[in-house]
Each structure stands twice: as C-alpha cells, then as structure tokens.
Design a protein around this ligand. Sequence first.
Ligand SMILES: NC(=O)c1ccc[n+]([C@@H]2O[C@H](COP(=O)([O-])OP(=O)(O)OC[C@H]3O[C@@H](n4cnc5c(N)ncnc54)[C@H](OP(=O)(O)O)[C@@H]3O)[C@@H](O)[C@H]2O)c1
Length: 431
Amino acid sequence: MRIAVAGMGTVGGGLLNLLQQRDGVEVVAVCARERKKQRTCKIDGIAWYDDAAVMAREAEVDLVVELIGGEGGVALDCARAALSAGKNFVTANKALLARHGAELSCLAEAKGCAVGWEAAVAAAVPVVAAVRQSLLANSTQRITGIVNGTCNYILSRLETDGEDLATALRTAQTKGYAEADPRADTQGFDSAQKIALLAALAFATPPALDEVSVEGIEQISLDDVNFAKRRGYAIRLLAIAERIEDKISLRVHPTLVRLDSSLASVCGVRNAILYQGDFSGQVFLAGQGAGAAATASAVAGDILDIARGRKTPMFGMPHANLAPLPFFPLDDIVSPWYLHFRVQDKVGVVATIATILSECNISLSAILQDDTRARQQNPLRHVSLLLWTHRTATRAVARALCAIEETSLLQEQAVALRILEEDRRKDREEA
Ligand SMILES: NC(=O)c1ccc[n+]([C@@H]2O[C@H](COP(=O)([O-])OP(=O)(O)OC[C@H]3O[C@@H](n4cnc5c(N)ncnc54)[C@H](OP(=O)(O)O)[C@@H]3O)[C@@H](O)[C@H]2O)c1
C-alpha cells in the first residue's frame, strides 16, 4: 500500500519510524509546516508537500493519514480532499471527527473509502475496534472511560505525591504530558470529544459533541483527594456514555471511584475503558493513551487493516442508518454525592446546611468535620464539612448548592462530586 502522511510531529514521526520497521506499507509523500525542521524520523527520498490538501488530492497513493490536529482548517481540508479523491483516510484527530465525523463518514461511503480512527480515542487501547466489532452483538449499556492522560496524571500526582493541583500541572508540563495551554484537557473538552465518538459507534448515532455535559478537574483540591482516599475512594475524570431507558446520557466529570475498582487502578498517563454490554458484562481495556509509539501503533494498525481490505463504515453502520437519539437530561442523572463545604467553625453552621439539604430532599449517609488545616495555620478557624449523600438527582444537588451559597457561610466555592456506582444491575441482583 502506498500512503501519504500529513503532519510530521510527535505522532507523524512515530508512525514513520514504525512503518520503516514493517513491510507492506510505503510512505511516498509527507507534508508538514516547515520543510527544514529537524525531524525524529527519516524523510529522505519521500516527496515533500507544503499543502496537506494538495498532497491528499494529487499524491498517487491509496491512503492518506492526517496527523496535524485541530477541528477544522487544514486537517478538515486534507480529509475532504483525500476522500473526495477516493482515497482511504486514517486520522488520530478526535477534534476533527467529533465535529465533522458525520460529514466525513457520508463522503467516505459515497466514494467507497474506509476511514480509520482507532488512535483518536485512547491511542494504543483498542477500544474502537472492540466496540465496532468484538462487542457488536451487545446492546451497550454504559461506556466509562479515563481517556485523558493529562488529567489522570495530575490526579495521580495529588493522590500519590501529595502535590497540589497547580504543582501537579507544572510537573505534567515539565514532563511533556500537558500543553502550555492545558485547558482543553483540564476543563474536560478533550474527553468530551472522545466520548462523543465512542457513543456514536456504540449507539449507532451521529457524533453529538454539543450534547456532552462537561466538567473538568480544576476545582479539585488535594484536600478532596485525601478526604476521598480516607473513605476508600480515588478521584478520576470519567467520560461516560450511558443508555438510560430509551435515551442516552453523555457526560464528563470528576468522579469518586472505589479504590479497589479497575478504574482506580489506572494511574499516571494511562487510559482505560470499562465497557458494559447486556451479554458481554463488563469488559475492561487499559494501556498507553498517548505518546509517539503508542499512538503510531493504533494509526499503523488501521492502515494495515485497510490494506487487508476492511471497509466497515466509520461509525459501524452505513451513514443512512445512524439515527439521532434523544438525550437524557443531566438534571435527572442520579448518583450518590460527595459534598465539601469550607465553612467557619461556629455554632449553627452544620444545622443550617443540613436543613437546606433536607429541604432539597437530600439524605445523608455520612457527615464529617475536618479541622486538619485549622490546626496548622488557620487563624480564621475555617473547617471542612464533608457530606456523603445517598442517591440524589443532579437537580437537587444544584438547588441545594445555590441555597447554601446564598447563606454566605461558605469561605470557598463548594465542591460537589458524583460517586460512581459501578454495576447497578449486579448490585440489584445481589440484593
Ligand atoms: N501526541 C499524542 O500523544 C497524541 C495521541 C493521540 C492522538 N493525537 C492526535 O494526533 C494528531 C497529531 O498530534 P501530534 O502530537 O503529533 O502534534 P504535533 O507534534 O504538534 O505535530 C503536528 C504536525 O502537524 C504539522 N502542521 C501543523 N500545521 C500544519 C499545516 N498548516 N500544514 C501542514 N502541516 C502542519 C506540524 O508541522 P511542523 O512539524 O513543521 O511544525 C507538525 O509536524 C492530533 O490530532 C492529536 O490530537 C496525538
């Protein structure tokens, strides 16, 4: 197979290095921004293009790989040019596909081309192939992913090294695990793109990025991580796609997961997916979710698979069969909660907060006051009030938080985190 590669950065360099060690695929054209730049791979003797779309259109190849990035612009031009010219297309670009996946899948089908995107979600972890093929016979109940290595690394630093959020972010940047501007990761948008794509595949629906409710990790403190740990939980940024009744819920939020669970065992930059199907039960996949070699492994896997003749539609089903599904409102999602209020240590505060919670029909499973910080250096005598609730709808928690904020008792913004119920069907059966 003759291929062209647009983008010669981390992943593009990794891909060329991998393909130079394998037979059957010849890279005949490459493109990047700066021709003279020092590369991590050899490109001597390969035709150079300055424009990715021109390369995609004109190079005599069977397949074009896009490893530039970005949701539109040159990446989109490259994808459209390749598919319009009847060339197969492989990408690691979740931003592009979450926004333009429906258009590109339609174009690919019209031109009889394959699109490979395994690397766009969790890099080396083969979740796209698993959901598209091996788990296809299931009605997907829930996909729970740790799909952002940057956030997972930061949360792991809090958990195991006792760093605060800002220090952990700086460590991640120094080690090359976080961008100079990390907001796409820390605010949850990168995870949202990935879960929108997995949901499209699992539920045979067009990607619905705008329907994903997104919360990042920026409000999590070292205190929260420690309080959670003391009660047997770790905090992870989860991306969840779930079927509830005949609707789907798509959401990204930091979540408490039991310390003995498979998801809590995912530390550092690793990624993982916990799939729940009606016949398969739980399937857990984990591995390297980023980096030159791991991402190249997934890109090259797609190239070789297409070279063998695979032509499955991009989201499993022919485009015409993808049906938009109704969305389950976030307000109605129910789970137990962890609530952290930083308040002044004086008579009546706990009673006021407990009254508001009870007025909002929130029932508590535990309540704890922690004055560790008070004893250190805290002349104003602020304490942490930690409340653990029974199953409660998001709507009720939001209402209670608003009312508690209005009392002016809070010294810092309240933290409210959901607690994951791993397999409710199993719990019910056991009960
Ligand atoms: N890095 C990872 O671990 C990872 C993991 C999974 C998925 N991905 C995805 O893989 C894609 C590539 O990521 P990366 O980390 O390899 O990015 P990167 O290191 O920043 O490389 C981007 C490449 O694109 C080239 N480029 C930028 N603008 C261009 C333009 N207008 N025309 C032509 N070429 C252009 C750059 O050229 P110059 O080199 O000349 O500047 C560079 O070679 C992204 O979609 C990313 O989300 C990355």
